[in-house]
Design a protein around this ligand. Structure first.
Ligand code: NAG
Ligand code: NAG
Ligand code: NAG
Ligand code: NAG
Ligand code: NAG
Ligand code: NAG
Ligand code: NAG
Length: 316
């Protein structure tokens, strides 16, 4: 929808009104603000114009003009008869005379309507038409996110960067920055802006050709001030490209996992070592106690072994 810029409905031509005897309007004389309504391509437009007092005139007519060309005309009669003729789907609310809402509605904004003046003229009886509302239309469309490409030139260290964006209106301002702050040298930038023959939307291609170290970053800026829109695309130097970024991220994850695994292994090892130490300590203690009865025990083992062997032989 159109951004909110309100037509000053009180903007009147005092002398013309006095001539027309429309003293009623004197109550509303005020500053005459000719404002522009900013609309987005393809969206409907509403050009506001409010005059609640008009329905006090028995027979009257209004006319919306686009740059002095008739766009819509409507006539109201005392007997309630209404005649409306319009061009290009322009319309006003059905109850315009009752509510005094003569706002012009256009179904779709096209860039060719940019900077056009729209005005509403009123006439009653034999008096000449009086302009009541005047607005201008500003048309805008967003550009696509810029796409930045680079091409190494065959000879020397020169690199050409390409910045592509499209589908916007009006023609934007394209600029470049090197390493986030430096303006590129004069003559290194060439920008082509081409409006589509029908839609009038712009495709832009900007070239930046210069000797640049592979570590420098390059930024392309596409600006449309009335849309209050600034689009940028940045290509980082080789040491900071996306691939390296992803690779270092993978390395980082790998080393973290490795650290954790090694940490766990060390801890397990330490715990196991402590466990082993305890066992050996206990063994040593036991051994010392056992050594005294070792001989007897050894004999005992030999005896039992002999017994089992005997048993095996008998089994066979
Ligand atoms: C309004 O128009 C009709 C027919 O055109 C006419 O008969 C009538 O007198 C007009 N009224 C005024 C107030 O001019
Ligand atoms: C005037 O009419 C338009 C279209 O119908 C509507 O969007 C707008 O809100 C109306 N304005 C007022 C003040 O009623
Ligand atoms: C619209 O109006 C402004 C000032 O009112 C004028 O400077 C401009 O030329 C007009 N544009 C057209 C297309 O008539
Ligand atoms: C702009 O680019 C679009 C898509 O790439 C294409 O369809 C269109 O024809 C181009 N317009 C102009 C004026 O080159
Ligand atoms: C880039 O450097 C080459 C030599 O390496 C030189 O011939 C060329 O003129 C330079 N271009 C610019 C734009 O400075
Ligand atoms: C942005 O778009 C508006 C559309 O009305 C235009 O007036 C303005 O000049 C544009 N800004 C730039 C920087 O192109
Ligand atoms: C543009 O946007 C900035 C912040 O988003 C705001 O401060 C500024 O007033 C805007 N300018 C216009 C012309 O709308």
């Amino acid at each position: 929808m159109c951004l909110p810029v309100f037509c000053a409905p009180m903007c009147l031509h005092k002398r013309a009104l006095l001539r027309a005897g429309l003293l009623l309007f004197l109550l509303h004389l005020g500053a005459c603000l000719d404002d522009c309504v900013l609309c987005i391509v393809g969206q409907p437009v509403l050009l506001p114009c409010l005059y609640p007092e008009l329905n006090t005139f028995g027979n009257f007519s209004i006319e919306w003009r686009k740059n002095d060309q008739k766009l819509l005309r409507s006539e109201w009669r005392e007997d309630g008869n209404v005649e409306i003729c319009s061009l290009n789907y322009a319309r006003i609310p059905d109850d315009a005379a009752q509510n005094g809402n003569f706002s012009l509605e256009l179904p779709k904004v096209h860039p060719k309507q940019d900077k056009m003046n729209f005005s509403l003229f009123f006439s009653a009886g034999e008096n000449e038409a009086t302009q009541l509302c005047a607005l201008c239309l500003r048309v805008a469309a967003s550009f696509s996110a810029p796409e930045l490409q680079s091409e190494e030139e065959a000879d020397g260290d020169e690199t050409t960067f390409l910045c592509l964006s499209g589908g916007g209106y009006p023609e934007p301002v394209v600029s470049w920055l090197i390493s986030d702050s430096l303006q590129p040298p004069e003559g290194s930038v060439r920008t082509l802006a081409e409006p589509h023959p029908e839609s009038l939307l712009y495709n832009i291609t900007s070239y930046l050709t210069l000797n640049i170290s592979k570590d420098s970053s390059v930024t392309c800026i596409v600006e449309n001030l009335s849309m209050n829109e600034t689009l940028t695309a940045t290509r980082y130097g080789e040491s900071r490209t996306g691939v390296v970024g992803r690779a270092s991220e993978a390395m980082w994850i790998f080393s973290t996992v490795l650290c954790v695994v090694v940490g766990i292994m060390v801890m397990v090892g330490v715990v196991y070592q402590i466990h082993l130490d305890r066992i050996t300590k206990r063994r040593k203690k036991e051994n010392r106690e056992e050594q005294r009865g070792y001989k007897r025990k050894f004999q005992f083992i030999e005896e039992t072994e002999a017994m089992t062997e005997d048993k095996k032989e008998t089994d066979v």
